[in-house]
Write a protein that binds this ligand. Structure first.
Ligand code: GLC
Length: 732
């Protein structure tokens, strides 16, 4: 640190307690701030690089996609920011960004927060945490995605503070007028302001910068069944058998921590899973994939091969005194690999070959905040400055040199997931990886899916899953879901049926339940619940081609799958404020019941005509309707003018390619795009995808091929106008 930079203590003197008074504290910044401009997909983007005195340039960004290096930035004189944003350094390790929040301006995105869509009225702490007591007062969650979208009528501005250091976003309520980001760093950061532009454009620009999700394997879009735990091979096989016996579609069964020996990573308990490899082979013949959990902590035990190898390769995070940091997690005393190091990610990746040998299809990364039983809240959120590096639990070693853990903590989960994603790509050439993660930083979408962690079996959590997942999509991560039925607490049939009515539209669909809680597999809560849930899961499978098309759209434009109503009805002020409905793509509007005991609800339909998914007279939009929604109903409306590709119900996604597909045309004229690929390989990246532009008019469907690189599925195609169905050939 240079002499000019005030010490931490000196900075505190510069900013005495009255800093908390309304008078703006002085700016103690003496480093370098440089402003750049670029156009990202037709959106004006301003970037500010803030390098504190003594730092060696801004630290490497882990948020940016490799393609972002091709963006041309033009340097601009003066460091002022657009959209009235102001910034200053208030203390040695505290930076502040402020912006006006007029009444009526809404704050969207900002990753995973326990809140409705509008994040105003609370202070959100971005410091990855494992806090399962999720309530209104929970200030911080598992993920940290510092990208906020300001909505002012039909105008949107994106604000991205690219720094994995602790951040506090105080978003004044509707009657206060200030938004304030407090960032605790000594290394500097980059700040981006995007827009003003439309909402799809702002998200397009943000994902052009931080990357887009690759196409997931088709099987991972099917239904997955999990529980903590199916503790034996016998039990996991039984669960899979039940799905087939009851003819409830399912693609994956998931093994939680009890498959391991003594909770040691990269092991299998041979007592409980004597023939794990034979089990996965058998399940695969029945159309099931197996996903296993994987925690980052490696048990400190001389008997453990991963521990010995990790010690030999010096992969573990060390304290300032030089000793490997001791974390307490499931396995007891453990060490944490430093995933910020490329050599460590490679080392971890080599260990993942274990799962190739076991026949495991997907990796579920958990506890990767990292969760520490011995330090559940490692940083007091009230702190106004960063402790010195040697008082941040341990150090990490990115290429630019050692740094205290807190300043990079928010990267831990994504970098662990990245290690798995890159390893699977390498070990299984030409197979799409499936990697699920609990913690995430900006740009995580490049490495796979996320879920919302330990929710509870409450209607409150079902209700909130909608704005929370919409926000994940607006924050760049489209492949997301929440534990269906709720993780903690006990679910009942009504909750489960209502939950599936929403969850069949989650991009990631997994039923999960905590240890000791009442089981809630689709059949566990009685035959009536089972009947409804089965029908709903069947609807999900009928929609799989639609989901796959939406992932293609995301790749092209950055659009999430779950979208707030304002996405497609920007000029409709009523639509913009709705939190308990959402669009799945452009053509489906989901309108579920999210309150116990309710059988009907007020459904708001934006302009246009809307057809009930299960059939019936269309309703006119631009107003509310009182709609009854039974438990087995698919609670959605199809936009008039849409062409929805639906397949016949199947038992698992492996049967999709051969299943009859019907283009359901809504209204007298309709249009759409339909794409098809093999659902599993990476060939789509080389153009192995077929694409048609569809037009429906005067009772005829015209399909114009715009790309023919895949060569076609083995299925028959039909057209339906709601009354009749007839077969067609797709021109190739
Ligand atoms: C964590 C996960 C949960 C998992 C449990 C046991 O709480 O969030 O999904 O079942 O650990 O591994």
């Amino acid at each position: 640190m240079s002499e000019k930079t005030p010490s931490w203590e000196a900075a505190r003197r510069v900013v005495p307690p009255r800093a908390r008074s309304p008078r703006r504290p002085s700016n103690v910044f003496v480093g370098q701030a440089r402003r750049f401009d670029a156009d990202l997909e037709a959106v004006a983007v301003a970037r500010l690089d803030v390098v504190p005195e003594g730092a060696r340039g801004v630290p490497e960004s882990h948020a940016l996609a490799p393609e972002a290096s091709r963006v041309t930035w033009t340097a601009r004189r003066g460091g002022r920011l657009p959209a009235g944003m102001r910034w200053r350094q208030e203390a040695e390790s505290r930076f502040v960004v402020e912006f006006a929040l007029a009444a009526g301006v809404r704050c969207l995105g900002l990753g995973e927060l326990y809140r409705g869509s509008n994040r105003r009225g609370q202070t959100h702490v971005l410091f990855s945490s494992d806090d399962p007591t999720q309530t209104e007062s929970t200030p911080r969650m598992y993920k940290a995605i510092p990208f906020l979208i300001l909505e002012d009528g039909e105008q949107y501005v994106g604000l991205f503070v690219d720094s994995p250091a602790p951040q506090k976003w105080s978003l004044g309520n509707d009657l206060s007028e200030l938004g304030r980001v407090e960032l605790l760093t000594r290394r500097g950061f980059q700040l981006y302001v995007m827009g003003p532009a439309s909402l799809p454009q702002v998200v397009g620009a943000y994902t052009a910068l931080t990357g887009r999700s690759p196409l997931p394997p088709r099987w991972s879009l099917g239904h997955q069944q999990c529980r903590w735990s199916y503790p034996t091979e016998k039990r996991l096989l039984e669960v899979a058998r039940e799905f087939r016996r009851r003819r409830i579609p399912c693609d994956a069964v998931v093994a939680d921590i009890d498959y391991m020996d003594d909770y040691r990573v990269f092991t299998v308990s041979r007592e409980r899973f004597p023939t794990f490899e034979r089990m996965t082979a058998k399940l695969s013949r029945q159309g099931f994939r197996v996903v296993t959990i994987l925690d980052p902590a490696v048990k400190r035990s001389r008997h453990d091969a991963t521990y010995r190898s990790g010690t030999a390769h010096d992969v573990f995070c060390r304290t300032a005194a030089g000793d490997p940091y001791v974390a307490e997690v499931w396995a007891g005393k453990s060490h944490l690999p430093d995933f910020l190091r490329e050599d460590v990610r490679k080392w971890w990746g080599e260990h993942l070959r274990f799962f190739d040998r076991m026949g495991v299809a997907g990796i579920w990364n958990d506890m990767n905040e990292p969760a520490l039983f011995n330090e559940p809240a490692p940083l007091d959120t009230a702190v106004g400055e960063l402790p010195p590096d040697d008082r941040q639990l341990f150090l990490q070693r990115p290429p630019e040199g050692p740094v205290g853990h807190f300043e990079v903590r928010n990267l831990y989960g994504s970098q662990m997931a990245r290690a798995a994603y890159e390893a699977l790509l390498e070990h299984r050439p030409n197979e799409r990886p499936f990697v699920l993660s609990r913690s995430a930083y900006a740009g995580h979408q490049r490495f796979g899916a996320v879920w919302l962690g330990d929710n509870a079996s409450w209607f409150e959590h079902l209700r909130l899953s909608i704005p929370m997942l919409i926000a994940m999509g607006l924050s760049g991560v489209p492949f997301c879901g929440a534990d269906v039925g709720g993780f903690g607490h006990d679910a009942d049939g009504e909750l489960l049926a209502r939950w599936y009515q929403v969850a069949i539209f989650y991009p990631f669909l997994r039923n999960h339940c905590a240890l000791g809680k009442r089981p809630h597999e689709p059949w566990a809560l009685g035959p009536e619940t089972e009947r409804h849930v089965k029908r709903l899961i069947e609807a999900r499978y009928r929609l799989l081609p639609y989901f796959e098309n939406l992932f293609h759209e995301h790749r092209a434009t950055g659009a999430p799958l779950m979208r707030p109503l304002g996405w497609h009805a920007a000029g409709d002020a009523t639509a913009r404020e709705i939190d308990d409905e959402f669009f799945l793509g452009r053509d489906l509007l989901v309108t579920p019941i999210v309150h116990r005991g309710h059988s009907r609800r007020a459904v708001y339909l934006p302009a246009g005509k809307w057809h009930p998914f299960d059939g019936g007279e269309p309703l006119r939009g631009g107003r509310y309707h009182d709609v009854a929604i039974g438990y087995g109903t698919v609670p959605a409306f199809v936009r008039e003018g849409a062409i929805l590709p639906l397949v016949e119900p199947v038992q698992h996604s492996g049967e999709i390619a051969g299943a009859d597909l019907t283009f359901c045309c809504f209204g007298r004229r309709a249009a759409g795009v339909y794409r098809e690929d093999d659902g599993q390989s990476l060939d789509y990246q080389l153009g192995a995808c077929d694409e048609w532009e569809l037009e429906w008019a005067r009772g005829e469907l015209v399909a114009e091929p715009t790309q023919l690189g895949f060569g076609g599925a083995r299925r028959r195609y039909f057209v339906s106008d709601g009354l009749h169905r007839w077969r067609i050939e797709l021109p190739r």
